[in-house]
Design a protein around this ligand. Structure first.
Ligand SMILES: NC(=O)c1ccc[n+]([C@@H]2O[C@H](COP(=O)([O-])OP(=O)(O)OC[C@H]3O[C@@H](n4cnc5c(N)ncnc54)[C@H](OP(=O)(O)O)[C@@H]3O)[C@@H](O)[C@H]2O)c1
Length: 225
């Protein structure tokens, strides 16, 4: 990635998501496709530019994405945040074109040893990040930087996005906003978790650019805290 200042001790992180005008990244039934082909090309270009793609196990279990790079050349490592190695061994993210895209499971000491061994047999690297119950994201970022990762794309979902914001691990936010309202208390929002109680603790962003892409608007923000 050009023109970015790599933070001390961790990779540069860009959160990318497609959401409805009311901030939902899925519907109450699960996955939703808010982008269109124009936006997929933008997303795949970004995937091709970064060293790794970070994703929560909730999204893997709900959507079973491949996280491949289409239209461009690039082979980012897929990094799955999964405290107890719940990932199914046949998940596409660790099987699809395995020889092209490396995969890392970031987990904790609470993950079953047999599952870790089974993942290693599939050539998946397993990084133990803290005692649990959740993956220690600071520790993960530090380990990834030591392995040479300079840039990461964070592809959600909402629960992981909140933890990453809470720990000041996000540098940029890029949103594809679709002109649609879905509503629904159970529909996952861009940021979930326990939220910031006080507006003083909230994450501040600066709008750097916006562009119309077909029917959607793409918003580019920098985190300014
Ligand atoms: N429209 C879009 O751009 C877009 C993009 C991505 C996802 N989505 C949608 O988002 C939904 C899934 O979101 P989600 O919030 O349910 O799940 P998620 O954020 O993908 O994954 C959350 C899970 O990650 C694990 N985790 C481990 N360590 C963590 C930590 N330190 N902080 C936070 N999480 C940690 C936890 O499970 P364990 O404790 O078991 O490890 C947690 O439940 C899906 O419906 C998907 O379609 C939409």
């Amino acid at each position: 990635m050009k023109d970015v200042i790599i933070p001390n001790g961790r990779p540069y992180v860009i959160l990318n998501a497609a959401m409805s005008l009311d901030g939902k990244i899925s519907t109450c039934e699960g996955g939703a496709e808010y982008s269109d082909e124009l936006d997929w090309k933008r997303v795949h270009k970004l995937r091709a530019e970064v060293d790794g793609i970070l994703i929560g196990i909730g999204t893997i279990l709900k959507d079973d994405p491949k996280l491949r790079v289409k239209y461009f050349e690039g082979n980012p490592t897929r990094i799955i945040i999964d405290s107890k190695c719940r990932i199914p061994l046949d998940a596409k993210v660790i099987n699809f074109e395995r020889e092209k895209y490396p995969a890392i499971i970031a987990t904790t000491e609470q993950a079953p040893k047999e599952k870790i061994e089974a993942l290693k047999k599939l050539d998946v690297e397993v990084l133990i990040c803290g005692p649990g119950p959740q993956v220690d994201l600071d520790d993960l970022m530090h380990k990834l930087r030591q392995k040479g990762f300079k840039s990461l794309m964070l592809e959600g979902g909402g629960t992981l996005n909140f933890s990453m914001f809470e720990q000041n691990l996000i540098d940029e936010v890029r949103i594809c906003m679709a002109p649609v309202i879905v509503g629904g208390e159970k529909a996952v929002s861009l940021v979930e978790g326990k939220g910031f109680i006080d507006l003083n603790e909230a994450v501040n962003l600066k709008l750097m650019k916006m562009e119309k892409l077909g029917k959607n608007i793409i918003l580019f923000y920098k985190v300014v805290d």
